[in-house]
Every structure is written in C-alpha cells, then in structure tokens.
Design a protein. Structure first.
Length: 89
C-alpha cells in the first residue's frame, strides 16, 4: 500500500500538512469538512504537494519534518513541486 505525505493550501492561504494512504479521498474529506479540525473552517483546500512512501512510518516521519519547516521553506517545497509539474494527472 502506498503512503503519502501531503500539503494542502487552505482557502485562507495557510498550509496544512498530513499523511494518508488514500490521497484523493483524503483531499475530498478535507473539502467536505471531515479531514481535520484545522481545515474544517478553511475549505476549499487545494492539494499543492505530495510525496509517496512505502510505509506509514516513513510518511509520518516526513510529515513531522515538514511541519517543523518555516512557512518560507514550505513555500519553496510547493513551488519546486509545481515547477516539476508533478500535480498534473
């Protein structure tokens, strides 16, 4: 099973970082107000970054590491990811 660490941009411009093993479903849950307490009042959210891992532990460790980053560093992650075109499906 694939595991993901992801960042969504909330409607107020803030970022939320999490992990999941069902990326599309998790983003839908956030937008339905069921994803996390933080995003519940900040919908809609937009997926702006993700990484894929082989284990839940790896994804959770990366989530923690990203949450320790400054806003500027998170913006750099998102911008580099966008530039690589990885969100185009």
């Amino acid at each position: 099973m694939k595991n993901y660490t992801y960042i969504v941009r909330c409607s107020d411009g803030s970022f939320y970082t999490g992990w999941t093993n069902h990326l599309d479903e998790r983003v839908k849950a956030h937008n339905a107000g069921n994803g996390a307490k933080y995003t519940k009042t900040r919908t809609p959210v937009e997926l702006v970054y993700y990484e894929e891992f082989g284990s839940k532990t790896e994804a959770m460790k990366r989530e923690y590491a990203i949450k320790q980053l400054s806003r500027k560093k998170k913006e750099e992650l998102v911008e580099n990811f966008k530039w690589k075109g990885l969100l185009e499906k």
